[in-house]
Design a binder for this molecule. Structure first.
Ligand SMILES: Cc1cc2nc3c(=O)[nH]c(=O)nc-3n(C[C@H](O)[C@H](O)[C@H](O)COP(=O)(O)O)c2cc1C
Length: 556
């Protein structure tokens, strides 16, 4: 076991250091004005996502002066919101990797986990509160500034960035998942762990229940960002997320034994809540604003009794903006999930020619509409294997699966509809299969089983070019636009024409002549080809066009 001094060895930033990096990059607002955590804090940051602010302009917020409706203050605490993943730039600072290699970094880390390093002393245990110190008026959870996320609908402050560590009672392997936590009293929290997607803590709970034992749990607040990012990642059961966090960091994550439960927690975290989950009773939890975009109504969920709180002297905790997407929650999940699906299709199903997997984010919350971008040469049968692979990796992901070629940007819903409109014949290219779980969705009295829709919107044959001026003409015109000081441009796809295969040299030559103002030559070419035909709109194929060109050149 390592000594206390060695606990300072690490290849990753803790939350405080990360906030320092955000400060240097101009990516954090420090808010010193008094803010009510239950009515003002989340709505203020929410404006970043609902206020028409571009993704790259989003920042983190650090609240340093916090109150609530009862006029309480929270000495020894600050709250950071949006500081983990308001946008990919902030996430890339937390990950210490450029944005464009985040996906590959995830895939490598999942395949090469690094065991944790246990240390004796840790900053997360500078202060230790146990027993009656965490139970009663103004103590325990009441002393921590956990905000209300959806004021007006949520029924309590919620942990939204908490990492829940539990241990398999048979194998001893820990799991760490990011789950929501509904504060109930100074020492009681309710937690929802997904049953259909087999959340790690849910699986462990079943084992403890079978053994007739309560389940030890440690809840981590204000973890180092690299640790925080592994909480929402869906790893196979039996994989300790902290070992993948180590691989993301390029070195082991320091962990320390909890004071009252037999669990290891990240040593540089800000706050640890230690306790037990009841395996006999469940308690109503919610309503709470969910990431599927609707309120999750009350349901019976796990009860956690907190028996100890350990913390840094000056603690910073994080809260994540979730609810309707886009949100901080959808950014943190998207950067983790897309590489997982790409790797599944490319490396596990071995489908050559899969280029990207894109989860649609605004309003649909990533899981419902998933697009695979494939090479044009990919055979139809492989396109369909990719579509089916998208829908089958996780029960909650892939209700509508779409395949497109790489000129279509799946983040552009208009472009997706464009591809579906012209490159897909619904009777042959759309398939609906029954018996899908509704997955992560609002509770309603409607059917409990859904279906999956596959849409092949790839090009099946060559298409004529996209009807916009060629790139060089648009670029030249843009230079003139800027010279004339016309309003700033924000090019939208597609902003220039490009080939999709159905074209021929003669049409190319004619277009070149037109651009050089020699269009009269083109008129002479077609005059030679006039015919007595019964009806208009008689198509001329590219092969026929080539021969028209020949007769034209003869006439020249
Ligand atoms: C902000 C946020 C809140 C989440 N809340 C929950 C939750 O309350 N319950 C849950 O089961 N999953 C929740 N998730 C998704 C899990 O973190 C994700 O499925 C993760 O893979 C769970 O880890 P596990 O598979 O080890 O259980 C949330 C994710 C984010 C980003």
């Amino acid at each position: 076991m390592d000594t206390a001094q060695q606990s300072t060895q690490k290849t990753y930033n803790d939350l405080q250091e990360h906030l320092g990096e955000l400060e240097k990059a101009g990516l954090i607002y420090n808010i010193d004005r008094l803010i009510n955590k239950d009515t003002e804090m989340h709505p203020l940051v929410r404006w970043q996502f609902q206020g028409g602010i571009k993704q790259e302009m989003r920042k983190g917020f650090l609240f340093r002066n916090i109150t609530d409706g009862k006029g309480c203050t929270f000495p020894g605490y600050q709250v950071a919101i949006g500081a983990l993943s308001s946008n990919p730039a902030i996430y890339s600072i937390g990950m210490n990797k450029p944005v464009d290699i985040i996906g590959e970094t995830w895939i490598k880390a999942i395949n090469n986990p690094i065991p944790t390093r246990e240390v004796e002393k840790a900053v997360c245990q500078e202060i230790v509160l146990t027993g009656e110190e965490v139970n009663g008026n103004g103590k325990g959870m009441e002393a921590i500034p956990i905000p209300v996320s959806t004021p007006g609908f949520d029924v309590a402050p919620y942990l939204t960035a908490a990492l829940w560590i539990t241990k398999d009672p048979e194998t001893g392997v820990q799991n760490m998942g990011l789950y929501r936590g509904n504060l109930k009293s100074s020492n009681r929290i309710c937690v929802m762990t997904e049953r259909t997607t087999l959340a790690g803590a849910y699986v462990h709970w079943k084992s403890y229940k079978r053994l007739g034992k309560k389940m030890p749990v440690a809840i981590v607040l204000g973890a180092p960002p690299i640790v925080e990012y592994t909480g929402p990642q869906k790893l196979p059961l039996g994989v300790d997320e902290l070992t993948v966090a180590g691989a993301l960091a390029g070195g082991p994550i320091n962990v320390v034994k909890c004071k009252t439960v037999d669990l290891l927690v990240p040593a540089e975290a800000n706050v640890i809540l230690e306790g037990y989950i009841d395996t006999e009773y469940l308690e109503p939890e919610g309503p709470f604003g969910e990431s599927h975009g609707y309120m999750q109504v009350e349901e019976y969920n796990f009860i956690v009794k907190i028996e100890a709180i350990t913390k840094r002297k000056d603690a910073i905790i994080t809260s994540i903006i979730s609810q309707i997407t886009p949100s901080e929650s959808s950014v943190i999940k998207r950067l983790a999930y897309e590489p997982l699906f790409l790797s599944h299709l490319r490396d596990h199903l071995n489908i050559k020619g899969v280029k990207r997997v894109v989860m649609h984010e605004p309003l649909t919350n990533l899981r419902k509409v998933v697009t695979v971008v494939v090479d044009r040469a990919l055979p139809k049968t492989e396109v369909w294997r990719a579509l089916e692979g998208l829908a089958s990796l996780q029960p909650a992901v892939g209700k509508i699966c779409i395949a497109v070629n790489d000129d279509i940007d799946p983040d552009n819903a208009n472009a997706l509809l464009w591809a579906i409109s012209y490159r897909c014949n619904p009777i042959t290219d759309v398939h609906i299969t029954p018996n899908r779980s509704p997955g992560h969705a609002p509770h309603t009295d409607g059917p409990k089983i859904e279906s999956t829709m596959f849409i092949d919107a790839t090009l099946k044959v060559d298409f004529p070019p996209v009807a916009l001026p060629k790139k060089e003409f648009m670029e030249n015109a843009r230079a003139i636009w800027e010279e004339l000081k016309l309003p700033e441009l924000n090019p939208q796809f597609p902003w220039h024409g490009y080939s999709l295969g159905y074209w021929c040299d003669v049409w190319e030559e004619c277009a070149e002549r037109a651009a050089q103002s020699h269009w009269l030559e083109n008129g002479k070419r077609t005059e030679m080809a006039k015919q007595k035909l019964p009806e208009p709109q008689t198509t001329i194929s590219r092969d026929e066009a080539a021969s028209i060109g020949q007769s034209s050149s003869k006439s020249d």
